[in-house]
Write a protein that binds this ligand. Sequence first.
Ligand code: PMP
Length: 311
Amino acid sequence: MLAVAYVNGRIVAPQDAMISVFDHGFLFGEGVYEVMRTYDGELFLADRHFRRLRDSAAMISLEIGMPDQALARACRDTMDAFRTGPGRGAFDEELYVRLLVTRGIGEMTYDPAKAYRPSVVVIVKPLGQPASWVYEQGVAVALVSVVRNHPRSISPRIKSNNLLNNILAMQEALRRGPFAEAVMRNHRGELAECSQSNLFVVTGGAARTPALDAGLLAGITREFVEEVAAAAGIPVHDTRLTDEDLFGADEAFLTSTTKEIVPIVRVDDRPIGSGSPGPVTRRLLEAYRVRARDVARAAASRYRVEPPLPE
Ligand code: PMP
């Protein structure tokens, strides 16, 4: 595997990237994570990802124990190690950066007071963007029967390392065919989000996405797309959406950090709109990419001067 990992302060090759079986992340799935990417080699929206990581951690009573600057430093050091690794010369493709924090090693109990130090892991690998046909032709998604976690069970707002709800949804989609994503409904039967991305529909030139209280991850791309749409004069609303809103939409698209904005042209065997990527989706994607580069470049300078990592 072409990757490098930071594990509790040490940067190592994949075969040496080990976590104890006594870590609660392994034992109980007790941890949170973020996936970031670079634009022109610079980490994109790292501040927002760190904030969401802290929000997720707070919802499971986990104290990360490292300030944002130290998290940024760990990510940057791992990125540098990847780029300069053996055989890679000056690797200049975009990177995928996964930051994970687990409860760490402790007693085999659910009491958070009994765990010791959280484990912090950063995995860096090539981003591997979707192929260009994905953006040009769009993808098919499946509307699955697996229901998104009830917000008062395991809140979808927690970006948790325990991904079984998402995995079971995607497994159902893949059993039906080569679908790119699984769209899930919430416990009320309304549309919520996809297994690894957020969902938007476009009708009459306006974009709509399920509101956060439908029970979904507050996607950072979702938020950024809303800002890009507002700046481009495209109305965008957080609202309640049903199956009919999706099947009757002019356009639909999904959003995520690694996929940006991907047009949805079919849901199961039913075409959406014209069955091709629509004009609003195309305009948003173009504006998104321009703005993402600008933002990544502007933010880079803030993380250049950093204190040393805490011992
Ligand atoms: N929803 C779920 C369930 C996800 O796993 C992801 C990917 N992290 C998203 C939405 C998209 O979030 P983001 O735009 O922050 O990558």
